[in-house]
Design a protein around this ligand. Sequence first.
Ligand code: 5RP
Length: 252
Amino acid sequence: MAPPGASRQQSPRLSDENTIAHQKRAAARAAAEMVSDGMRLGLGTGTTVAHLLPALAERELRNVSCVATSPATERAARALGLTVGELDELGELDLAIDGADQIGPQGWLVKGGGGAHTREKIVAAASRRFVVIASAEKAVDELTPPVPLEVMRFGVKCTLSALSPSRLRTPRQDPDPAADAPSGASSWRESPDGGLIADYLGPIGDPRELSLRLSTTPGVVGHGLFAPEMVSVILIATESGVEHRPGGKPER
Ligand code: 5RP
């Protein structure tokens, strides 16, 4: 247990880290069981997804074609013998599985700790079902900043001043140790698609209103707020097992 008054931002103690890693693995293994032969599968990014990949490989499923949301996931998946292709070649996916940074009580997610949220949102939207996997501490009573952004390099100061307070992320500030190394000589964290990763630091308030504001700010390529209607189910691993929390995505 975290000490009284501890926030998510503080580093967990070693025993907490072990519990969190154990829970991430449990949620990932439960999600791996949802995959069946012949599926077209979207793979998210991050340390929870890092537990999913070996669980999937162990199942030795036939003809599963994966799409990766980051070069780090693609490398790890290929190293385990999983087949990885391009989203535009596979078209509609049967299932996508990904982690989250925060899960709000109404089912809103904050994603993008690893800076992959733009690709993650595209892959989630291209999937008939989107399954989120998380350890228990990701379920929060209230969403808090930062909300990750991907912004265009052109006019970046104008974009960020329209969304003040916000700041560009450096590779060092990236909380995800599995994040991809920055390309080129840039001191800012870049996405593999050329955008700059930033964080909106203002209050979240109503996530739907903020989501609309972020989406309609010129220069914003993508943001890390995921609406409940994007999500089919959230698997939250707790001390007593894996809880299945339904999302609001219509079956298709
Ligand atoms: C990456 C993400 C991740 O899903 C999110 O940051 C959770 O990461 P982790 O599984 O390492 O806790 O959105 O862009």
